[in-house]
Unconditional design. Structure first.
Length: 324
């Protein structure tokens, strides 16, 4: 009984988020027929981080320009793979002209992606790729390159030696594995004096990431630095270090959001790699419109990334890609 009630609440939340995210045209059914605006259904990894709100704004802005309408849903947390699958199922049932999908689990959605293809609904992967040939393109940051940039700065910060820990948001999505592997690979090839500890996974949850951070610090008294692979992980790491009472640990993050920006400005965190979520949302809708119109597209659309710290956080170019 409790499970059924919980599911009902989550589905109700998803419906509310979907309706609130409607762009031009309104409504929730399959669009395009009878002169209606093309309908693009977007299923993100979550709704709790400012990153996803920024992607949503970019998608809605581009949809308004293109004369399309979008819905944008995501599960309560980035650990809710089953709930995301339910959302994708519901959106496919609406028979949209295109679907944008940021997979929490790069393999779990394969049957549904195959179903979308059988219904002639083009799928655009975004933020994370999937282990499938169904998506017509993937709109995402080059996460391995971005993680390598974070590793390069971490190596400089710790003087090329010592132990460095990783708090990663997950090991089932492509963004999670790429941000993990890109960091580790760069360190292995370029920083032989640095020992990278085994990655720990906090699901992008702030509280869980904080607890993991405190455990890492307790077990590794000589720890020199911690790398956090997304917004929720970074905020959790910041909290964990503060609660541990330790000082002198270099922190490098990923994404932005007000808490992380504030931590960089006050010196708590050394710096971070930010994506361009607004551009990700825009490029997602552009790719969806091209797919609807039958246009050929590249396999990947790189939406860009930037390193920021106290020295450039207020520069116009950086401010334009940060979100609070």
């Amino acid at each position: 009984m409790k499970m059924r009630k919980a599911t009902a609440v989550l589905l109700g939340t998803a419906t509310t988020l979907s309706l609130s995210a409607c762009g031009a045209g309104g409504g929730t059914g399959g669009g395009g027929a009878g002169g209606e605006a093309p309908y693009i259904a977007i299923v993100s990894k979550g709704f709790q981080h400012e990153f996803w709100q920024a992607v949503k704004r970019g998608a809605e802005d581009e949809a308004a320009k293109a004369g399309a309408r979008v819905t944008f849903v995501g599960p309560p947390t980035e650990a809710d793979v089953e709930e995301q699958i339910n959302m994708l199922t519901n959106d496919i049932a609406k028979n949209p002209q295109a679907i944008g999908f940021a997979a929490l689990d790069s393999r779990a959605a394969e049957p549904l992606l195959a179903q979308a293809r059988s219904q002639n609904i083009p799928v655009i992967a975004f933020d994370s790729g999937v282990d499938s040939d169904v998506p017509v393109t993937t709109v995402a940051t080059d996460n391995k390159a971005a993680a390598a940039e974070a590793a390069k700065h971490m190596a400089e910060l710790v003087g090329g030696k010592g132990e460095v820990a990783m708090v990663v948001h997950d090991q089932t999505s492509k963004s999670g594995t790429d941000r993990r592997d890109g960091f580790m690979d760069w360190m292995k090839e370029n920083a032989p004096g640095i020992t990278v500890l085994s990655p720990q996974y906090g699901g992008g949850d702030q509280a869980e990431s904080a607890n993991i951070t405190k455990s890492i610090i307790s077990a590794n008294p000589d720890l020199a630095g911690i790398y956090a692979s997304n917004e929720g992980s970074a905020i959790g790491v910041i909290k964990g270090v503060e609660e541990s009472g330790r000082s002198g640990i270099q922190l490098v993050g990923f994404d932005s959001g007000k808490a992380q920006i504030d931590a960089i400005k006050d010196g708590t965190m050394a710096g971070a790699v930010t994506q361009d979520p607004l551009n990700m949302g825009r490029e997602l809708v552009r790719a969806a419109m091209k797919a609807i119109n039958g246009e050929n597209q590249p396999k990947n659309v790189d939406t860009g990334f930037y390193w920021y710290d106290r020295t450039n956080v207020d520069d116009d170019k950086i401010r334009s890609v940060l979100y609070e």
